[in-house]
Design a protein around this ligand. Structure first.
Ligand code: ARG
Length: 451
């Protein structure tokens, strides 16, 4: 491609070092779409005849079909997807193929392809996230009234429902989708026409190219357009954070599946056994989800460090943007699919959940609230309940079986009414709180949000 200036061939070690075709071949549908739009603009500018344009378009479509069918031989000596396709096109159609690169550089070409790839990935990840939300919603519906302890510091705090717990993850995933949508908005502009860095002396209709490729507009500064990898960083961040959310879900499920909690059971199809200990049923999907989150975050850091300190505009370092990008998209896609399947089949052990939530200590705050409703300032009420808790621990008596009137005259016999789990949940009616009624209406709202 650059033989004019050189008298030596590229060393085979340098070819091996510099190639990206082993991974960027995946950009082929986008590279071909970009090339067809670019050729159409050349046609309109009078740079190609109708016949030449048709030869280019048909040639590219045939190459695409061959790649899809696994009939295309990628050559490392041709470095990347852009040169592999262009060289093959020229081999197949001759002279018109050699005109395609007019007013274009691989720099604006790769920037375009990558944006198109990110856009398509965002669209498919968004669907996969919605599928996982649906699985969570389904579990939330099934276990809308299953009471579990809610935790802070991994210590039992207050009663909630499993439905509320599952919907908390649906909320996180909704924010993940909106981060992806936000990233999509900013990335959806066409860099094509920015050339190597300074546009071209041959003016093609950039807006027409952008429209054909589904972009919302064209980039405004050729140097920025060539150097910019912000959209990849944003996407890798959105993916990392989604992974982190699923890592937290994984940790909840790992705990819930332990003999110590025994709140949940994953299906045999989504767990593994031990080669040594016959009794084991391990939550490997959860652990791998948690483990892969390190990889997703590593990919983000990898990209940020590759871009840091690069002078404008294109530097070959930027070729290193694609391995972390592809890996994060692939991994999150897998993580989402397998978690969707696993959550859909997960069961709660409701009796254990309710037994754990029936610990009267979980209602200590409700007891303080009861005192507040009698006119006692909260700080004082907190102390009075603290004394009752200390007495319960000292005498090994369940909190709901203490004679509270002996602890302080502020208590009367009706205080014991607060020790009803159902009543405690029913009282939590403020928006966002876990009353069963609230959870049911949230479930309805989610059905609409996800429809
Ligand atoms: N394979 C290259 C990349 O991914 C394409 C752009 C090459 N540009 C260049 N000036 N060598 O970044």
């Amino acid at each position: 491609m650059w033989k004019g200036r050189f008298t030596q061939d590229t060393s085979s070690l340098v070819q091996q070092f510099g190639e990206s075709i082993s991974y960027d071949w995946r950009l082929f549908p986008h590279d071909i779409a970009g090339s067809i739009a670019h050729a159409r603009a050349q046609l309109r500018a009078g740079l190609l005849t109708d016949e030449e344009f048709s030869a280019i378009e048909n040639g590219l479509l045939e190459i695409r079909a061959d790649i899809e069918a696994g009939r295309f031989e990628f050559k490392t000596s041709l470095e990347d997807i852009h040169m592999n396709i262009e060289a093959e096109l020229t081999k197949r159609i001759g002279a018109p193929g050699a005109k395609l690169h007019t007013a274009r550089s691989r720099n604006d070409q790769v920037a375009t392809d990558t944006r198109l790839y990110c856009r398509a990935s965002i669209d498919s990840l968004t669907k996969s996230i919605a599928a996982l939300q649906n699985a969570l919603l389904d579990r939330a519906e099934k276990y809308a009234a299953t009471v579990i302890p809610g935790y802070t510091h991994l210590q039992r705090g207050q009663p909630v429902t499993a439905g509320h717990h599952f919907l908390a993850y649906a909320e996180m995933l909704e924010r993940d989708k909106s981060r992806l949508a936000d990233c999509r908005k900013r990335l959806n502009i066409s860099p094509l026409g920015s050339g190597a860095l300074a546009g071209s002396t041959i003016n093609l209709d950039r807006h027409a190219i952008a429209t054909e490729l589904g972009f919302d507009g064209v980039s405004r500064n050729s140097m920025d357009a060539i150097a910019d990898r912000d959209h990849i960083a944003e996407l890798l961040f959105a993916i990392s954070l989604c992974g982190i959310h699923l890592s937290r879900l994984s940790e909840d499920l790992i705990l819930w599946c332990s003999a110590e909690f025994a709140f949940a059971a994953l299906s045999d199809a989504h767990t593994t056994g031990s080669s040594l200990m016959p009794q084991k049923k391990n939550p490997d999907v959860c652990e791998l989800t948690r483990g892969k989150t390190g990889r997703l975050t590593g990919n983000l850091i990898n990209l940020l460090l590759a871009v840091k300190g690069l002078p404008l505009t294109y530097n070959r370092d930027l070729q290193e943007d694609k391995p972390p990008l592809f890996d994060s998209v692939d991994q999150l896609d897998l993580i989402l699919s397998v978690n969707t399947e696993m959550i859909a089949a997960m069961e709660l052990r409701e009796a254990n959940c309710r037994a754990a939530a029936s610990d009267p200590m979980l209602l200590a705050t409700d007891l303080a609230d009861w005192l507040v409703k009698k006119g006692i300032p909260f700080r004082h009420a907190h102390e009075l309940v603290g004394k009752a808790v200390a007495e319960a621990i000292r005498t090994a008596t369940p909190l709901d079986q203490l004679d509270l009137t002996k602890i302080d005259p502020a208590y009367d016999a009706s205080a014991s009414e607060i020790f009803s789990l159902d009543r405690a949940l029913a009282a939590r009616t403020n928006p966002g709180a876990p009353s069963i009624e609230n959870v049911r209406s949230e479930i309805q709202a989610w059905h609409q949000r996800l429809a």
